[in-house]
Design a protein around this ligand. Structure first.
Ligand code: NDP
Length: 449
């Protein structure tokens, strides 16, 4: 396992000191700095002008109060965040997360990862992330709308199609983006479609954006499997989560001939040996917004729900963690390896703990890190911005073809970068170095900013 190069230790020390207690941010920075030892050994000039220190420090962090009124007339206060991490390659771009676990450290880790992910797409987008500790679960439509309106009432002054372009993430889907865009339009008196992505089709959204992150992750893993002459055909797959990323990951796997045998939410997981019924999953999760146990109840025979143990104990050949950060631990990785897993593709951001990643690498399991494998969502967001700027609307097939090409290119960039730096097959290193180099080159060209 790589360690931090001694020349980069002061950078990490500063990050740990300056962002005390922000464990997820520490974890994300540590992983990237571990990969950069080989880069600074080959190209020491990246150590000049505090370039790496600047990459680890967000350009701007915005924290604000979000007051809103519930259906009973009770006033609530949540905290809103937007971390504008790096704009060397384009306007800040990255989703909004509404979940009670959100704090500035989580948003910072996501914004940091986003910067490299966006660079890997090859498209002109910088990195940012935002959200709130608001819990949308159990809230009525009216409450969600009033919360979104209040959130945007503060955030709008920091956004713009050339400045910062948010999208969805956990707890923020098409409905929320609609309310956020409506309020932005009302406050600014501008129909600036390119200011948010993940919009509905009737008001400037892109076809295939809903499917993009999940489909993209499967395209990436397909390409990775092909390096060992393997495919999804007839493979048992476990996909954690049952939100946007998980559902469309499962859909594309099924289309490629794989069998998804389990999925989950924060209340537990379901196992369906016949293969997850996608129409039923969408009905339960997208239409009714119910718990995953409802899937097993409605499916009846053959499907079972469990609220104890781990979804990663379900035997599979391919695992695609698609729920949240650090959901797959060292213990889970061991169980997967013992059960014969051959590939892991991260649909979520940083879902595997550092220990889990180490076990996968040591066992020779093909491992696709989130910042590369889940880049299809933001890439398609950038395609949505292109369509908005040219007042155009592409077909589903056209958009999906662009997505597939981008994902295969990201895969090949990660693979060739890993080769170049003497670690063939190490997609973590390949993704971190390739993303870093693109951001660093742009920052160098722009001077000390
Ligand atoms: P959704 O809100 O649509 O779905 C999230 C899913 O994960 C739900 O099933 C949720 O269950 C489950 N989940 C969330 N938190 C936890 C937790 N603490 N423990 C167990 N399960 C949990 O979000 P997305 O599908 O959009 O996002 C999933 C992941 O993918 C995140 O890491 C996100 O950052 C990443 N991602 C998303 C992109 C996108 O385009 N949407 C793009 C790139 C990455 P429950 O409903 O019970 O909370």
């Amino acid at each position: 396992m790589s360690k931090i190069d001694e020349k980069l230790e002061p950078v990490l020390d500063q990050v740990l000191r300056r962002n005390a207690g922000e464990l997820e941010f520490h974890q994300a920075v540590t992983e990237v700095l571990e990969s950069l030892g080989r880069v600074v050994a080959k190209y020491p000039s990246y150590l000049e002008n505090a370039l790496i220190e600047r990459i680890c420090e967000p350009e701007r962090q915005i924290i604000f109060r979000v007051p809103w009124v519930d259906d009973q007339g009770q006033v609530h206060i949540n905290r809103g965040f937007r971390v504008q991490f790096n704009s060397a390659l384009g306007p800040y771009k990255g989703g909004l997360r509404f979940h009670p676990s959100v704090n500035v450290g989580i948003i910072k880790f996501l914004g940091f990862e986003q910067t490299f992910k966006n660079a890997l797409t090859g498209l002109p987008i910088g990195g940012g992330k935002g959200g709130s500790d608001f819990d949308p679960r159990g809230r009525s439509d009216g409450e969600i709308m009033r919360f979104c309106q209040s959130y945007m009432t503060e955030l709008h002054r920091h956004l713009g199609e050339y400045t910062d372009v948010p999208a969805g993430d956990i707890g923020v889907g098409g409905r929320e983006i609609g309310y956020l865009f409506g309020q932005y339009k009302r406050l600014t008196n501008r129909y600036e479609a390119g200011v948010l992505t993940g919009k509905g089709l009737v008001y400037g959204g892109s076809r295939a954006r809903t499917e993009a992150t999940g489909y993209g992750a499967v395209y990436f893993v397909e390409r990775m499997l092909a390096t060992r002459q393997l495919t999804f055909e007839n493979r048992r797959v476990v996909v954690s989560g049952s939100g946007n990323v998980a559902i469309y990951t499962a859909e594309k796997i099924t289309e490629f001939g794989g069998k998804v045998v389990a999925c989950s939410d924060s209340s537990g997981y379901v196992v369906d040996e016949a293969g997850i019924d996608l129409a039923l999953l969408k009905e339960v999760k997208e239409s009714r917004r119910e718990r995953i146990s409802e899937y097993a109840r409605l499916k009846g025979d053959g499907a079972r729900f469990s609220d104890t143990g781990s979804i990663w104990d379900v035997p599979c050949e391919i695992a695609m963690p698609s729920a949240t950060q650090n959901e797959l631990t060292g213990r889970d990785a061991k169980a997967l390896i013992e059960n014969g897993v051959i590939a892991v593709g991260e649909g979520a951001n940083m879902p595997s703990t550092p220990e889990a990643v180490r076990f996968f690498r040591e066992a020779g399991v093909l491992f696709a890190p989130g910042k590369a494998a889940n880049a299809g969502g933001v890439a398609t967001s950038a395609l949505e911005m292109q369509q908005n700027a040219s007042r155009d609307s592409w077909t589903f097939e056209q958009t999906e073809q662009r997505l597939a090409d981008i994902m295969r290119r990201i895969h090949d960039t990660c693979a060739s970068t890993a080769d170049e730096f003497g670690t063939p097959g190490d997609y973590v290193l390949g993704a971190n170095i390739a993303g870093f180099v693109r951001v660093a080159e742009a920052m160098r060209a722009l001077g000390v900013i």
